[in-house]
Design a binder for this molecule. Structure first.
Ligand code: SAM
Length: 218
């Protein structure tokens, strides 16, 4: 299995608007999970805490972790500014979640669990299943094999799904796991699919970044 590597958040301004505003999908998800009476939510790879903070303000109880110490530190600081206490957020690796079985109603991992190879991805999926309560749900995003980066010859080949990103930015040297439609139909066999979408978004690189948005249930 490839070694985990966190983002280099020291390269990202702590006040960066994108990394401090919740991803729009969570407006809908919060409403849906409130209707299901979900309470305990886990944020895997919390970044600067933008999604956790939004969900906590909606009344959910958040736990979260990230491999980057700086990310967890800034998440706590940002939460404090909103009168939220995220002292329970910790530094950890998604290959081994630091929580007991059947703990969470919901789990989010926005552009996170792709930072590994095939073996690491399967291990992370097992961890997701382990910590979700029966009927618990997970919402996460994964890069598509249609991504410019998947076919970029500058990126190092690891396995048929995985490349190591080479860039002058916070993701340099970090593994990225990409999927296609066929992978979607096989990788999540241990779960029930709620909704799977492929979304193309224009990024600051000036290229369209295709991602799968995966919503599954234990
Ligand atoms: C694209 S950022 C997304 C941050 C956050 N989810 C958001 O939407 O703002 C990816 C995050 O995953 C974290 N990460 C990468 N590999 C990880 C691992 N093995 N375990 C935990 N976090 C990891 C990175 O440090 C980074 O904070």
């Amino acid at each position: 299995m490839i070694e985990s590597k966190s983002w280099n958040w020291a390269m990202v301004d702590k006040d960066d608007k994108y990394w401090n505003s919740p991803a729009p999908e969570f407006y809908y998800l919060a409403d849906n999970w409130k209707n299901k009476k979900f309470k305990k939510i886990l944020d895997v790879g919390c970044g600067y805490g933008r999604n956790s903070i939004y969900l906590a303000k909606q009344g959910f109880c958040l736990d979260g972790f990230d491999l980057s110490e700086l990310s967890v530190e800034r998440t706590k600081e940002n939460a404090k500014k909103q009168n939220l206490n995220f002292d329970n957020f910790v530094v950890a690796d998604m290959l081994n979640f630091p929580y007991p079985d059947n703990t969470f109603d919901g789990l989010i991992a926005y552009n996170v669990i792709s930072h590994t190879d095939i073996e690491g991805f399967k291990k992370t999926l097992n961890e997701i299943k382990r910590v979700l309560k029966p009927d618990g749900e997970a919402y996460f995003t994964l890069g598509s094999k249609k991504s410019f980066w998947f076919t970029n010859p500058k990126c190092t080949y690891v396995d048929e799904n995985t490349r190591i990103r080479v860039e002058d930015g916070p993701e340099n040297g970090i593994p990225h796991f990409y999927i296609d439609d066929e992978d979607c139909l096989t990788l999540f066999n241990d779960f029930k699919l709620i909704r799977v979408q492929e979304v193309r978004e224009l990024t600051h690189y000036g290229t369209f970044s295709p991602h799968y948005h995966i919503w599954i249930k234990k």
